[in-house]
Design a protein around this ligand. Structure first.
Ligand SMILES: [Mn+2]
Length: 318
C-alpha cells in the first residue's frame, strides 16, 4: 500500500482510469479518488471509455470521455477496479504514455501491470480498499467522497448481501454513513429502480425462463429484436442473469445475450458449482460464483445448447 500512497502523494496531475463497461464500483472509486486528490491541491481527471449508463447517472462525478486521437499530459496514471491492462480498452495508449503508474484493485486475477500495485483479492470492492488507502494517507474525506465510496461498496456487495462482506466492510460503511448524504436513496437507485421499458423487458425475460436438469439450471435468452421491441438500447439492457438466479432450486443461472453480432454468456452459481470452470471451457473466465464468456460465429440456439450441456455436466458431477 505504501508504494501506491507514495505515488499519490507525489503526483501533481493524475489521470484516473477504470475498466471498460464501467460499473458503480469503478465509477464511484474513480470519482472518489479524483475528488480526494483535488482536495489535496492536485489536478485529477477521470477518463472513461464511454458515457456511463443512464442508470448510473445519479452517481454524478465529472469525467472526460477518452479520445484516442488526443494527447493528455499527466505525471501519474492510476487504475482502479481494473484487473488487467486489456480492460482499459483504448485507454491503454494513455496508460502507456504516462511515466508513472499505479493500480488499486480487488480482482484476485489482477495481473499487477503498473509500477506500483495494491491488490486485495478478498476485499468486497475497490471502494473499500480506497477508504483504507485514504485513511492511511491521512487524506480528508467529505460528504462527496463518502457518497462515492459508499456507492462503490454498496454496489459491489449487492447491498451488503454477498459473502465478500466482512466486519471491516460494515465498519467502513458505518463510518461513511456518518457523512451527510442520502445512503437509502443510493441503495434504491442501485437495486430497486428500473425505467418503465426495462421493467417490461424484464417481464418478458421472466415470462420466458427455461428450466433444465430438473430445475437446477435456469436460463434466459436476450435476443437482438428485444432491444427494439422494448425500446431499450443494448447498452441499457437489464442484467438478465439476475432473473433466473432468483428461481428456487436453481444451481446455475444462465443468460445468453446477443450483442454486437456476437453472443455473450453470463453464468451465476447459487451453490457448489464452479461456473468459472464452465466459462474457461469456452475461453472466458471469472469467479466461482460469477463468470462469463463471449463467442462469435454461433447462433443463439447453438450457443444455448452448448452452455446447457456444459451446465448439465457440472450439476450432475456435484
Ligand atoms: Mn469492483
Amino acid at each position: 500500500m505504501d508504494a501506491v500512497i507514495e505515488k499519490l502523494k507525489n503526483a501533481r496531475s493524475a489521470a484516473v482510469l477504470t475498466h471498460i463497461n464501467e460499473d458503480p464500483d469503478a465509477l464511484g472509486s474513480a470519482f472518489a479518488l479524483c475528488h480526494v486528490l483535488r482536495g489535496m491541491g492536485k489536478t485529477a481527471v477521470c477518463y472513461v471509455s464511454e458515457k456511463p449508463q443512464e442508470r448510473h447517472k445519479f452517481i454524478g462525478g465529472d469525467y472526460v470521455i477518452y479520445d484516442k486521437d488526443k494527447t493528455y499530459e499527466h505525471d501519474l496514471c492510476v487504475c482502479v477496479d481494473c484487473g488487467d491492462m486489456k480492460r482499459l480498452g483504448d485507454r491503454i495508449k494513455l496508460f502507456k504514455s504516462i511515466c508513472s503508474t499505479a493500480n488499486i484493485d480487488h480482482h484476485r486475477t489482477n495481473t499487477l501491470f503498473a509500477d506500483a500495485n495494491y491488490v486485495e483479492g478478498e476485499t468486497s470492492s475497490t471502494g473499500e480498499i480506497l477508504f483504507k488507502i485514504f485513511e492511511k494517507m491521512g487524506a480528508a474525506l467529505d460528504d462527496t467522497a463518502a457518497r462515492y465510496l459508499y456507492t462503490a461498496i454498496c454496489s459491489d456487495t449487492g447491498c451488503f448481501k454477498y459473502s465478500s462482506v466482512t466486519p471491516d466492510t460494515f465498519r467502513i460503511a458505518a463510518r461513511l454513513i456518518g457523512y451527510n448524504f442520502d445512503f437509502a436513496e443510493i441503495a434504491r437507485l442501485l437495486f430497486d429502480t428500473d425505467d418503465l421499458n426495462v421493467t417490461r423487458f424484464k417481464a418478458a425475460l421472466m415470462d420466458s425462463v427455461e428450466s433444465y436438469a430438473g430445475g437446477k439450471i435456469s436460463l434466459v435468452r436476450m435476443t437482438a429484436d428485444m432491444y427494439e421491441k422494448y425500446s431499450v438500447p443494448e447498452t441499457e439492457a437489464p442484467n438478465g442473469v439476475e432473473i433466473p438466479r432468483r428461481i428456487e432450486g436453481t444451481q446455475i443461472a444462465v443468460c445468453v445475450k446477443e450483442k454486437h453480432n456476437r453472443i455473450e454468456v453470463s453464468l451465476r452459481s447459487n451453490g457448489r458449482a464452479d461456473v468459472s470452470a464452465i466459462a474457461e471451457g469456452f475461453g472466458g473466465g471469472g469467479h466461482r460464483a460469477a463468470a462469463g464468456y463471449k463467442i462469435t460465429g454461433k447462433t443463439m440456439d447453438e450457443a444455448a445448447r452448448a452452455v446447457i450441456a456444459a451446465c448439465e455436466n457440472a450439476v450432475t458431477a456435484l
